[in-house]
Design a protein around this ligand. Structure first.
Ligand code: PEP
Length: 252
């Protein structure tokens, strides 16, 4: 069975100014010196994409945290997939739980945004995850599976789609699910991907996100069907983030 190359992706959210450029340079240097057995991506705020992409940091791909579902038009304050792809982004996060919660983005919106990203040739990183109430009610699997099914657009292929499973209650909280819970969820997501894409569904990356840090990364990244991490807080400092990337030295 084809195992995808792991991806460790950083989501900077609404953090970072020009001075943060030094973190990208440092991260690139760390990888140059000590290596990385996974692909590395940083998704800064829109304001920094051009600066970071222009650094020529060959070990650190730059992506976007969101895009509008339309190519262009009267959408004040929004940014299209075409715009970030023009700046060099090959990955666009869609459906992060903070967008789902703060901006009322439902699966239909996420589906349309993923299509917008893919139609510009980018890979959509489609985020899904249950709330604590849903987990405690025993509905986590059902919720996440229906999010995955409804959020993947017609334009999706095995090579332009990544799923990020991020339990909402694990994001920024310091809490993580048990290894068994992560394993169960990623297996269930893989089954959806296999039924949707056939054998090539085995090659789609399924990232885990939610309070990943250097100390828990080796355990979480070793779980079957976990093909990398989506990292918030611990991606802001190059040294912290490199600690997560280094988990793949142990995993091999
Ligand atoms: C995230 O928001 O995608 C995330 C995983 O955040 P954190 O790593 O800070 O929990």
């Amino acid at each position: 069975m084809m195992t995808p190359k792991a991806l460790v992706a950083g989501n900077w959210k609404m953090n970072g100014l020009k001075a943060s450029t030094q973190e990208i340079t440092r991260l690139n240097d760390l990888i140059n010196t000590s290596g990385a057995k996974c692909d590395v991506l940083i998704c800064p705020p829109f304001t920094l994409i051009s600066t970071f992409a222009g650094l020529g940091a060959e070990n650190v791909a730059i992506g976007a945290q969101d895009c509008h579902m339309n190519v262009s038009g009267a959408h004040t304050g929004d940014i299209s997939a075409e715009m970030v792809v023009e700046l060099g982004c090959k990955h666009i996060i869609v459906g992060h739980s903070e967008r789902r919660a703060d901006h009322g983005e439902n699966n239909d919106v996420v589906n349309a945004k993923a299509a917008a990203a893919q139609n510009e040739g980018a890979t959509a990183i489609i985020c899904v995850g249950e709330t604590i109430e849903e987990r405690e009610a025993g509905k986590a699997l059902d919720v996440v599976i229906s999010q995955v099914k409804a959020s993947i657009p017609q334009s999706a292929t095995a090579s332009n789609t990544i799923i990020a499973y991020e339990p909402v209650w694990a994001i920024g909280s310091g809490h993580t699910p048990t290894v068994m819970d992560v394993q169960e969820m990623h297996k269930a997501v893989r089954e959806v991907l296999m039924s949707r894409f056939g054998a090539s569904g085995a090659g789609i990356k399924i990232l885990y996100g939610g309070s990943v840090k250097a100390s828990n990364a080796p355990e979480l990244m070793s779980v079957p069907n976990v093909n990398g991490a989506l990292v918030g807080g611990a991606s802001l400092k190059a040294d912290d983030f490199y600690g997560i990337i280094s988990a793949y030295d142990e995993i091999g």
